[in-house]
Design a protein around this ligand. Structure first.
Ligand SMILES: [Zn+2]
Length: 435
């Protein structure tokens, strides 16, 4: 009982402390609504970075707004990456590690991001949300139990014909609003903060052009997660296998004894995939193998397969399985020459982040201070943070409040945007306090 009272007093103090903050000059919601109007859809298989020129429209706007917020060293690189630096305001800034915040500007190629018409469902009172311009698009409580936590909130969706672009314009708006709030409240003590907005996260490639050294952070966070409280310091370890089946083509009229049809071998190989380790049959921490593309032809067929697991030993086991299956198919079709080539894509960032537990701990503390109960969620994918972590910049991922990424049913909420922003502010304070 006593501890409950203490907790309540503490929460009261915190809310009083936050109430003393001057609000930002513009809310996270208003910023978000402006950014989602700018089409920044990226495109697969392009040779340039950014993959689409239109991403520069948002890059240039963010650079302009950063400059207006008094941020230093604002620049847009030749690859469309926006970098900036918020100077620290503690007595000795060199004592506080430089913390970076990164959000991506592009939206998924999966669904159009053109003419986004954001709709605010004010004071949500529960129930399914039908998107007005395509009534077949319904955000159901059944598939989105998080809606139950959003009663009374203002929910932001698209109109049913496009993406919303919460992924990751929420992250952009939250980082910008953090900077704005810090500027309005010089009494909030923080070290130097590095900022970056990146293109082409959805298609890969943008992050390779990221200049870790010029960014200047010791640690960073991508602000690109979903539900409030969700913090991720673990991603897949990922490999890709290519299995090639070499046969021999000839005119079918005179093929007897000559033709070797590689198509039967690839069919046999596909048939050997165990059904319990596929993307469609796994979730949580269970990895998978996923044949996702291929060419089927008499002379030469091939199959591309994703291998995913949180543990390297699990990945090794999956690679062995694919190789054993090659041997089995080869035994059945000895005339077809079968080869397998496996490439490493990225590794679970936990392998590095386990050495920096304070990154996750401080993020959880920042979340609690914002009144949001944090939880760790391993990401069944990779993030720009996994790339950066292995290039010497340890980078876990933070929530943005969003949901249903890469889908017309994408949404975020006022509280989602505001609590995520508050978490970022708490986080820079915690790093200053602990230094
Ligand atoms: Zn994203």
């Amino acid at each position: 009982m006593k501890s409950l009272l203490a907790l309540m007093l503490c929460l009261l103090c915190l809310s009083v402390a936050n109430a003393q903050f001057k609000p930002p000059t513009e809310s996270a919601v208003d910023r978000f609504l402006r950014y989602v109007k700018i089409d920044t859809q990226s495109q697969e298989d392009q040779t340039t970075t950014p993959s689409t020129r239109k991403q520069l429209n948002l890059a240039n706007l963010l650079a302009k707004e950063l400059t207006a917020l008094g941020v230093e060293n604002v620049r847009v690189s030749e690859f469309g990456i926006v970098y900036a630096m918020v100077p620290g305001n503690v007595a000795d800034n060199s004592k506080v590690p430089v913390i970076g915040f990164i959000a991506h500007m592009d939206t998924s190629p999966a669904v159009s991001g053109e003419n986004v018409n954001a709709i605010i469902h004010k004071n949500y009172q529960g129930g399914d949300i039908v998107l007005p311009n395509d009534k077949t698009q319904v955000i159901t409580v059944e598939k989105n139990p998080v809606l139950k936590k959003l009663i009374g909130d203002d929910i932001i969706t698209a109109d049913g014909t496009t993406l919303l672009g919460s992924d990751d314009k929420s992250g952009c708006a939250e980082i910008m609003t953090m900077i704005d709030t810090l500027r309005q409240n010089p009494q909030i003590k923080h070290g130097t903060i590095a900022i970056a907005f990146t293109p082409d996260e959805e298609v890969g490639g943008g992050i390779e052009k990221f200049d870790v050294k010029a960014f200047g952070a010791k640690f960073a966070y991508t602000v690109d997660g979903e539900e409030l409280g969700e913090i991720s310091d673990e991603t897949w370890s990922a490999r890709t296998a290519t299995v090639t089946f070499q046969g021999k083509s000839t005119h079918p009229g005179t093929a007897k004894g000559i033709m070797i049809n590689a198509m039967y071998a690839i069919g046999d190989y596909l048939d050997r995939f165990p059904h319990d380790i596929l993307p469609e049959t796994t979730e949580g921490r269970v990895g998978f193998v996923h044949p996702y593309a291929g060419v089927i032809d008499v002379e030469s067929s091939n199959l591309k397969i994703l291998l995913r697991d949180f543990d390297v030993s699990g990945l090794d086991a999956k690679e062995k399985l694919l190789r054993d299956m090659v041997a089995q198919t080869a035994a059945k079709y000895p005339e077809v020459k079968i080869t397998i080539d496996v490439k490493e894509n990225y590794k679970n960032m936990k392998e590095v982040l386990k050495n920096y537990p304070e990154l996750t701990n401080n993020a959880m503390e920042a979340s609690r201070r914002a009144g949001v109960e944090p939880f760790l969620k391993p990401i069944r994918g990779g993030t720009d943070g996994s790339n950066l972590t292995f290039r010497g910049l340890p980078t876990p991922n933070l929530y943005t409040g969003g949901a249903n990424f890469h889908d017309k049913l994408e949404f975020n909420s006022r509280r989602g945007l505001e609590k995520s922003t508050e978490t970022l502010i708490n986080l820079v304070r915690i790093f200053a306090e602990k230094s």
